[in-house]
Ligand binder design. Structure first.
Ligand SMILES: CC(C)(COP(=O)(O)OP(=O)(O)OC[C@H]1O[C@@H](n2cnc3c(N)ncnc32)[C@H](O)[C@@H]1OP(=O)(O)O)[C@@H](O)C(=O)NCCC(=O)NCCS
Length: 118
């Protein structure tokens, strides 16, 4: 493979409005820690949407190097400076590093993912 792979995705925030933390749809996509983060915010939908976009971006980036990863094998958290970082299953994390950048505005949330081997 080449040393880098990238992916991107954009989501409509309205798709994620009026969700309950316990809904099956959310539990299939997000980890418990992700749901805690999103639902601790005034507007959970934008944080849910941007994490969905980030997971799609990561799935695309891995797909382009013929690696499969599922939504719930990807966890997006934030450090103390709010910078987002990614936890993934050991089958991939041992070989690959991931960087993401997230953004949300009124109607849309978008993410870029970069995957690389050190
Ligand atoms: C960093 C900064 C530009 C983000 O602006 P923002 O308007 O909140 O960003 P957006 O709404 O487009 O995107 C929000 C996402 O940006 C990400 N983010 C927030 N702060 C970040 C940071 N410091 N670095 C990288 N990503 C950051 C988060 O993932 C957040 O989404 P989430 O809360 O759902 O995880 C803004 O907080 C800022 O100007 N801060 C002051 C300067 C600063 O702290 N700089 C960084 C350290 S030197």
């Amino acid at each position: 493979m080449s040393k880098f792979s990238i992916g991107t995705d954009i989501e409509e925030i309205r798709r994620f409005r009026n969700k309950e933390k316990t809904e099956d749809f959310l539990k299939k996509i997000y980890t418990e820690k992700e749901l805690e983060y999103c639902f601790s915010k005034d507007r959970p939908a934008q944080h849910l949407a941007v994490r969905f976009a980030a997971k799609e971006a990561i799935i695309k980036a891995f797909g382009s190097i013929d690696k499969k990863i599922l939504f719930n094998q990807i966890e997006i958290l934030n450090n103390e400076d709010r910078v987002p970082y990614v936890n993934i299953g050991t089958h991939l994390s041992e070989n690959y590093k991931i960087k993401i950048s997230l953004s949300h505005a009124k109607g849309y949330a978008m993410a870029v993912a970069l995957i690389y081997k050190e």
